[in-house]
Ligand binder design. Structure first.
Ligand SMILES: NC(=O)c1ccc[n+]([C@@H]2O[C@H](COP(=O)([O-])OP(=O)(O)OC[C@H]3O[C@@H](n4cnc5c(N)ncnc54)[C@H](OP(=O)(O)O)[C@@H]3O)[C@@H](O)[C@H]2O)c1
Length: 289
């Protein structure tokens, strides 16, 4: 099975690369090989390698910056997946793409199902939704995995890394407590994608799945537990208190959904998955450092 992976140096991408490192027909593609701004390069890459499966773990993920760079965000999150869908369709390959909880507006009061109405609040969410819609319009064989609050060892930044940095610099950290979601370890997403490939290969599918770790928390709960784990791990921290604040006390360029918990029943049922509780994953993450 020949597999191309775009975005092989991001949080999820590097975990995937690690999992597939011994597969001879695995082609990890980074920005130097193919800049996703360059449509022709995407076409050439897929056309030359002729894979059975294309995985897209690349994205423009800077949620706030996207508000001032909407065209670039659209190109990477909306147009590049469209080109990938067109090229995979031409060679009858499968396309596995990652999307986000930010396609929802967060006004729900129970975990979002795959079939629930989307209504993104910001540029990032809108461009990611555009990517999903383009794929659905073009591809006869795709899997879109919506995930949320991703953190892991790799990639440039994430909430855990930010909290650890702030914890080393400040005595008090203020974190929003009125946004609810579920943190998800990047490694867990990579493992599930591998399982989907092992289970279904390049069988024809047209599916959207929600995939996060299990449970629910606020960014505040997440931060408290990051600091707790860091203390246990022996980090030298200055922080003495983590204080809960409201979103309105921490204005950001992009609006975020207040509630973006995803219902993961469908993927758990179809692939017989036992997903980890988010606190267990966080402990495992610190244990692995
Ligand atoms: N992070 C989250 O909290 C979160 C939440 C929900 C969903 N997701 C989704 O999950 C997926 C994986 O996210 P992640 O956190 O692993 O992302 P990430 O760590 O930010 O990695 C994104 C990757 O995309 C690559 N990329 C960006 N622009 C590119 C371009 N013009 N050409 C080529 N490559 C480009 C980056 O390359 P460089 O390394 O060269 O910059 C990077 O390796 C994405 O689809 C994202 O939307 C993420």
């Amino acid at each position: 099975m020949k597999i191309i992976l775009f975005g092989c140096e991001g949080q999820v991408g590097k975990e995937m690369r690690h999992l597939f490192q011994y597969s001879p027909d695995f082609y990890p593609i980074n920005r130097q090989k193919v800049d996703l701004n360059l449509e022709q390069k995407i076409r050439e890459c897929i056309g030359e390698i002729k894979p059975d499966i294309v995985i897209n773990a690349a994205a423009y993920t800077a949620v706030d910056k996207a508000e001032s760079e909407p065209e670039l965000a659209l190109q990477i999150n909306g147009i590049a997946p469209k080109i990938m869908a067109e090229e995979t369709e031409k060679i009858r390959a499968k396309f596995i793409h990652i999307s986000t909880d930010y396609v929802f507006d967060g006004r729900a009061n129970k975990p979002y199902l795959e079939t629930d109405k989307t209504n993104p609040l910001g540029v990032y969410g809108k461009t990611k939704l555009q990517g999903e819609e383009n794929i659905r319009a073009i591809s006869s064989n795709f899997v879109i995995i919506r995930t949320a609050w991703v953190y892991g060892k790799y990639g440039k930044s994430n909430f855990v890394k930010t909290m650890l940095k702030l914890g080393q610099e400040r005595e008090t950290i203020r974190v929003v407590m009125d946004q609810t979601g579920c943190p998800t370890l990047a490694e867990n997403i990579a493992k599930v994608i591998k399982k989907i490939i092992e289970t279904r290969g390049k069988d024809s599918q047209q599916e959207i799945y929600h995939l996060t770790d299990l449970g629910v928390c606020s960014w505040y709960d997440f931060a408290v537990n990051i600091i707790k784990n860091a203390h246990q791990k022996g980090y030298d921290l200055r922080v003495k208190e983590v204080l809960p604040i409201l979103t309105e006390e921490y204005p950001t360029p992009a609006k975020r959904p207040a509630y973006s918990v995803l219902n993961t029943s469908k993927i758990r049922r179809e692939y017989d998955l036992t997903l980890p509780y988010w606190l267990e994953s966080l402990e495992r993450y610190f244990y692995s450092l």
